[in-house]
Design a binder for this molecule. Structure first.
Ligand code: ZEM
Length: 300
């Protein structure tokens, strides 16, 4: 399989500036496409399986139906379409580099930490190495499921809690996941509110409509925002989010991050950098080709 080669000498700063320039979008969700770009970078990477060395942020498999059409990736076509003009303007950048860089630029622009990012990811030229569906986490589940999924990628409990802090951003869409609403009051501002609200608000279980249940989202946790009333939009937590305060080992980190925003920003930067490197093995020239996937396929 011939791969679309990547390039290491392009003007990545120009790409960063062009991504930054398209983030604000008045009529989209809360006024920014930043959160859905972060989710694209995450879903591009979170298919990694350390044991078989498959999946991860190389390849940009979501361009193919096998991965792009996975119900777990519902809604991410918007993120890919938003980035298309950037790809057209800078055709030398690979989709896999562009999608991971999009997340990094969005996090910074929304007030988050600077995240180390390296180019070099090649794109697949067909769908032979698309990982199987079912590797991304299911929000309807609990702590043991989070451990199963994130340990498979090579993360520990602290890293699971830090990564979950990305739910400071964006919202759930009934037509995408079946869940509904934002986690925090300012969903386009990166902060540690998510942890504070998890600990502070009076969360109650709420049943979701039939359409949502058909997507596997039968209920979620909800609460009135601090100082708010019934007029304000309800805040939400997925069952997996709430499991972070039910499980003692996770809860310890929720408490630390709620108290110490600086520690959260530092840990988030490190863990997001690790996330977008999953499955990326660069040769001496700095280019991540697919030898490891070819080998994994032969070994299987
Ligand atoms: Zn999410 N996530 N995620 N996540 N996520 C959603 C939205 C966003 C889980 C999950 O099921 C969902 C991580 C981890 C986990 C973001 C970033 C990151 C939604 C709503 C669901 C259901 C989708 C919709 O309806 O549009 C689960 C179970 C996770 C396990 C811990 C990690 C890790 C992330 C990045 C580091 C972001 C930014 C969003 C908001 C997207 C948007 O469109 O606003």
């Amino acid at each position: 399989m011939a791969a679309q080669p990547t390039q290491l000498t392009g003007d990545f700063d120009a790409v960063r500036r062009d991504i930054e320039a398209i983030l604000k979008m008045k009529d989209y969700d809360d006024g920014s496409i930043g959160p859905v770009l972060v989710r694209l970078a995450w879903h591009a990477s979170g298919t990694y399986d350390a044991k078989t060395n498959t999946g991860g942020s190389v390849g940009a498999g979501m361009r193919y139906e096998a991965e792009g059409g996975d119900p777990a990736n519902a809604g991410l076509q918007h993120a890919r379409i938003f980035l298309e003009p950037i790809k057209e303007k800078h055709p030398w950048i690979t989709y896999s580099d562009l999608w991971t860089l999009g997340g990094v630029v969005a996090i910074k622009a929304m007030g988050g930490p600077l995240i180390p990012w390296k180019p070099g990811r090649s794109d697949f030229s067909d769908d032979s190495y698309i990982p199987p569906r079912g590797r991304l986490p299911d929000g309807a589940q609990a702590a043991d499921h989070l451990r199963h999924v994130f340990y498979r990628m090579g993360f520990n409990d602290q890293e699971i809690v830090a990564l979950s802090g990305a739910h400071n951003l964006g919202r759930c869409h009934p037509d995408r996941s079946g869940f509904k609403g934002p986690w925090v009051v300012s969903p386009i501002r990166f902060s540690n509110q998510y942890y504070k609200l998890l600990l502070k608000l009076n969360w109650k279980k709420k049943d979701l409509p039939r359409d949502s249940a058909d997507k596997g989202a039968s209920w979620q946790w909800v609460a009135t925002p601090p100082g708010g009333d019934d007029e304000d939009e309800e805040l939400m937590m997925l069952p997996t989010d709430h499991s972070l305060i039910e499980d003692p080992s996770f809860r310890e980190w929720v408490e630390k991050y709620a108290e110490d925003a600086k520690l959260f920003h530092e840990h988030f930067s490190a863990v997001f950098a690790k996330l977008i490197e999953l499955g990326v093995y660069r040769d001496e020239d700095g280019i991540a080709r697919f030898h490891h996937l070819e080998k994994a396929a032969k070994d299987a």
